[in-house]
Design a protein. Structure first.
Length: 281
């Protein structure tokens, strides 16, 4: 992977858990990470806080000039607000940074359900309102900011233990559902690589090397925990997509957690040991 010098100042828009971890990596490497979010009190001291509500127009001059920007805004209950926030962001910037990365979602491919392996070459097929909103956000970010787009699948890792709770609570699941996922550590590594690569891909699906039916995943977790797998939802419907992660692997060279076995294994080991899992990127 060719690379260039990391940006000196990066604006992290949204800056939740993923953005914060990315910002800490950038700051540790000698850069400045400016964290833009509505409330900044809980941010680590290593990040420069910038309290801004993108739900409203932002006065010009409020946002700083930066070398790069990563946008991790999630759509909220009012999906239209997501696109408006991106428009407000573009309006308020002194000028678009030389490198912009938008974090979207593989949800925009939800209409491509089936066993065929899908890649970045496949056209989006949104079905739900949320997926259509995400796709519109991608369009706005590309047209107004020249953004590169990263679409993560189901993000899991420390603090993201929904599936472990599902197993422990024996919540019924659709065992036949096709699933893809990415450990948060590898997603953060991917975003940093998108900032630093000399010739990054314009579109990247952030998925690990092991798509699997949901029943296989919860069955593996249950076996590790020594409990029965969650009940099946009937009738069984084999929905969901199968996504290839070749482009991500080419970008990173390897994954810290190439499959759910490694990722959930580390999480369950941390639970058993009583130590808080760090999932350090």
């Amino acid at each position: 992977m060719g690379s260039e010098t990391a940006a000196q100042r990066t604006l992290l828009v949204g800056c939740g858990q993923v953005g914060t971890r990315l910002g800490l990596r950038l700051a540790a490497g000698g850069g400045e990470a400016v964290a833009l979010r509505r409330r900044t009190e809980a941010l680590p001291a290593a990040l420069s806080p910038l309290a801004v509500d993108l739900g409203e127009p932002v006065p010009r001059g409020l946002l700083p000039e930066v070398d790069a920007m990563v946008v991790t805004l999630p759509p909220g209950p009012d999906d239209d607000a997501y696109v408006r926030s991106l428009q407000h962001l573009a309006d308020a910037l002194p000028e678009p940074p030389s490198r912009v990365v938008l974090v979207s979602s593989t949800r925009v491919l939800e209409g491509l359900a089936g066993a065929e392996v899908r890649t970045e070459a496949d056209a989006p097929a949104p079905v739900s309102a949320r997926a259509r909103t995400l796709l519109e956000g991608e369009r706005v970010a590309r047209e107004r900011l020249g953004a590169l787009v990263v679409r993560p699948a189901g993000i899991y890792g420390p603090g993201r233990e929904r599936l472990v709770r599902t197993v422990l609570e024996r919540t019924p699941v659709q065992h036949a559902q096709r699933t893809n996922r990415i450990h948060e550590t590898d997603l953060v590594r991917a975003l940093e690589a998108m900032l630093m690569a000399a010739d990054p891909p314009h579109l990247l699906h952030a998925v690990d090397r092991r798509p699997a039916p949901l029943g296989e995943v919860v069955g593996w977790i249950a076996a590790r925990l020594g409990v029965e797998p969650p009940p099946r939802i009937l009738p069984e419907v084999a929905g969901g997509t199968v996504l290839a992660g070749d482009r991500l692997l080419a970008l990173l060279g390897d994954l810290r957690f190439p499959s759910f076995e490694e990722g959930y294994g580390a999480m369950l080991d941390a639970r058993a040991g009583g130590a808080p899992p760090t999932g350090r990127a």
